[in-house]
Design a protein around this ligand. Structure first.
Ligand code: SF4
Length: 726
């Protein structure tokens, strides 16, 4: 008999509700949940094929189903791993970490986790590193995705809290989409924008991106800016708004600080100069400023084009400056709305899942915050030494400073920039533990110990989507093989470490066996850690979430969360005022030059997800794009006598890959695009030193934003040279 289970899609940050149908131990179907406020029943191609990618046949072929050990990894990389018992694997990992910590201190180990983990998983990983082991070396692939948005919100509005909601799309009179191919990366949200446009002829859409992607189809105005020039654009728009008298001076005076310094800066950003810097028409710049400032409600939607940048925080802040200067915030249809790439990038931020954060949106650098969390966890202190961000962690391992790495639910061998450094880090590390659901993830090849984890359809917990809405993730089928839940693996490891140190009372009392100490116990502890914070969710029980997903904050005693923040224009800063940030335009870290004349950008395809461990198992998801390519402007191809499909070497200062070239009018001259998804099965290459690499991140740079430490995955300079005659 068929059973129905409500859950949440594991792919993007839209966070669509799904209903999973099961027959016995099999997932037989997935449909959109008509009652879920993120999608009201809609799903995109990825979400609607979830049942197929979770079939028994695919599970058997792709999943890691038992603990494995690779005895001779250092001498024979990629050697076959052998099955071992859970007890052996966990003992080996615990002994290895204990030995390294005893010899070199706790900062000799690092945890690199994932925005695809559930909030409860994230919470225990952070408690393990920061509470038990005494290191802040715990960071996440959300560093590659959202850390500039976090820093931008905190610098301007005082808290990492997107102030808007999906419903604002239908209230907006102007939508400014910038650095986001929403049509591909957040398809169900894009359907809402299309609906709003169809329902409201007054709605104007500005789309700003170096690539003229499918998202441009819906735009009234397209701004094809040069890569990395966003701060110049936003400052230029503010210059025009000032000059034209389109600012809300009363709002600036009463609810913000810092405007005078910014005003002095943006005086230099004349329309002529900005149009030239950004490579757009001056009239289009003027029109964009007018549409943004004079509409009754302007909503900005933005994603990796702003975040994955060496100026990521400045880009976020400069855009938020525009909203504050025009009072386009705190009212229906208005505000800056960062879209999260991953399903639970937001939940990870809530538990302090970055090296510089700690539970409940607290800052690791703040002694009061550290003391509050230490008291909550029942430990003497949490470490004050800054932890390593993602790029820093792999660099430290490559340098021999970090000696043990634990990688969970992410695939850095493919997804981190500057692959040569990541591989050096994994080669040099004394101990690499990989906790993973899919044996096909390339990082598995670098592990001493492989720990099989459950995945979507099998696990229980919560995730938070882009609009601060927390939804339940529920298990519909039993865990296959010997897989275990991510949080339970951490708890087992933590308790073994505690046993070695003689700790009497465990910090990790959670249990898979005793329901009263199950995953909900972790959730309740996390809820308590948010008491009195901007994201207070003390009122949000599992029972409440059973009835309906809720947005935070939702404090004890309340029955619904807050759809929109700052409607009272009071901000979570010491004086209650929002802060203008004096943003100055800085060019990309690696400007084009004669030897490397192309700006390479990376991004998503419509039907693939991350490293394709799940979506790459289905033939039908290759119907949209069947194989990797480097997309170039037809004029550039003609100048180089390149024909469609010719194999080319795409080479940066760090590595080189061979890929067919594809003509595309989406791409401006002197630019190129390669999708991020293709791994070593599809796209092989070499480092500058001649070691084998794979995927577009053989080419990308690990230069990062000094505030957010988010790397500039959106821009690297390359040369493109024909590999062989067609
Ligand atoms: Fe899943 Fe995102 Fe598609 Fe919704 S839009 S079904 S969350 S991938």
């Amino acid at each position: 008999m068929s059973k129905q289970t409500r859950s949440t899609c594991p792919y993007c940050g839209v966070g669509c509700g799904v209903i999973i149908s099961t027959e016995g131990a099999q997932i037989t179907g997935v449909r959109g949940d008509p009652d879920h406020p993120a999608n009201y029943g809609r799903l995109c191609t990825k979400g609607s094929t979830l049942a197929l990618t979770a079939s028994a046949a695919i599970t058997e072929q792709t999943r890691l189903l038992q603990p494995m050990q690779r005895l001779n990894r250092k001498s024979e990389p990629k050697a076959t791993a052998s099955a071992v018992s859970w007890n052996h694997a966990m003992d080996f990992a615990a002994s290895g970490f204990s030995k390294i910590i005893a010899e070199h201190g706790p900062d000799a180990v690092g945890f690199y986790i994932s925005g695809q983990l559930l909030t409860e998983d994230y919470y225990v990983f952070n408690k393990l590193a920061k509470g038990l082991l005494g290191t802040n070396n715990v960071d996440t692939n959300s560093r590659l995705c959202m850390s500039s948005a976090v820093a931008g919100y905190k610098q301007t509005l005082g808290a990492d809290a997107p102030p808007t909601c999906y419903d604002d799309v239908k209230h907006a009179e102007c939508i400014f989409i910038v650095g986001s191919n929403t049509a591909y990366a957040h398809p169900v949200l894009f359907r809402r924008i299309e609906d709003a446009k169809a329902a409201n002829p007054q709605l104007k859409i500005i789309f700003c991106d170096p690539r003229r992607t499918d998202t441009a189809e819906i735009a009234d105005l397209y701004l094809p800016i040069q890569p990395g020039t966003d701060v110049s654009l936003f400052n230029g728009m503010l210059h025009i708004m000032l000059w034209e008298g389109w600012l809300d001076n009363a709002y600036i005076r009463n609810h913000t600080t810092g405007f005078e310094a910014l005003k002095a800066t943006v005086r230099d950003y004349t329309p002529e100069l900005v149009a030239e810097t950004c490579g757009i028409k001056k009239d289009d710049l003027m029109l964009a400023a007018k549409m943004f400032a004079t509409s009754s409600a302007t909503l900005s939607l933005y994603c990796q084009g702003l975040n994955q940048s060496s100026s990521g925080t400045a880009k976020n802040a400069a855009l938020i400056n525009l909203h504050l200067a025009t009072a386009q915030i705190g009212k229906p249809g208005a505000g800056p709305f960062s879209l999260t790439g991953q399903p639970n990038a937001m939940g990870g931020r809530e538990v302090g899942g970055l090296a510089n954060l700690i539970s409940g949106h607290r800052d690791m650098a703040n002694p009061e915050h550290r003391a509050e969390v230490a008291a909550l966890w029942g430990v003497d202190s949490v470490p004050d030494k800054p932890g390593k961000s993602a790029v820093e962690m792999f660099q430290a391992a490559a340098d021999g400073e970090i000696k043990a790495l634990w990688i969970a639910c992410t695939n850095p061998v493919q997804s981190m920039p500057d692959q040569a450094t990541v591989r050096r880090a994994l080669e040099r590390a004394e101990l690499v533990v990989v906790q993973e659901a899919f044996a096909t993830a390339a990082t598995c090849d670098w592990a001493d110990i492989l720990l099989p984890a459950t995945t979507w359809g099998e696990k229980t917990g919560t995730v938070t989507n882009s609009e601060r809405r927390i939804s339940r993730v529920r298990s519909a089928v039993a865990a296959p093989g010997q897989t275990r839940h991510d949080w339970a693996i951490v708890v087992d490891f933590a308790q073994r470490i505690e046993a070695k140190t003689g700790r009497e009372k465990t910090l990790f009392p959670y249990s898979v066996i005793k329901p009263e100490l199950g995953v909900e116990t972790i959730w309740n502890e996390h809820r308590e850690s948010t008491r009195g914070r901007d994201l207070d969710i003390t009122g949000m029980s599992y029972a409440m979430l059973e009835a309906s997903p809720q947005q935070w904050p939702l404090t004890e005693g309340q029955s619904t969360g807050k759809a929109r923040l700052y409607e009272d224009a009071v901000f979570p800063t010491p004086d209650g005022k929002a802060r203008f940030v004096n943003t100055v335009y800085k060019p990309v870290a690696e400007p084009r030059e004669s030897r490397f004349p192309f700006s390479l950008t990376t991004g998503r395809l419509r039907d693939q997800w991350h490293g394709m461990t799940r979506t790459g198992t289905l033939g039908r998801l290759f119907g949209h794009v069947a194989e990797p390519s480097v997309q170039m402007n037809p004029q550039d191809m003609a100048r180089r006598l390149l024909v469609e499909g010719a194999l080319v070497h795409v080479t940066s200062k760090r590595g080189s890959i061979v890929v067919p070239v594809q003509a595309s009018n989406e791409i401006a001259p002197s630019q190129a695009f390669i999708a991020m998804h293709w791994g070593e099965e599809y796209l092989s290459g070499l480092s500058a030193a001649g070691t084998p690499l794979a995927g577009v991140n053989a080419l990308t740079t690990s230069a990062y934003c000094p505030s957010s430490k988010q790397p500039e995955l959106k821009h690297a300079t390359v040369k493109i040279i024909q590999a062989e005659m067609p």
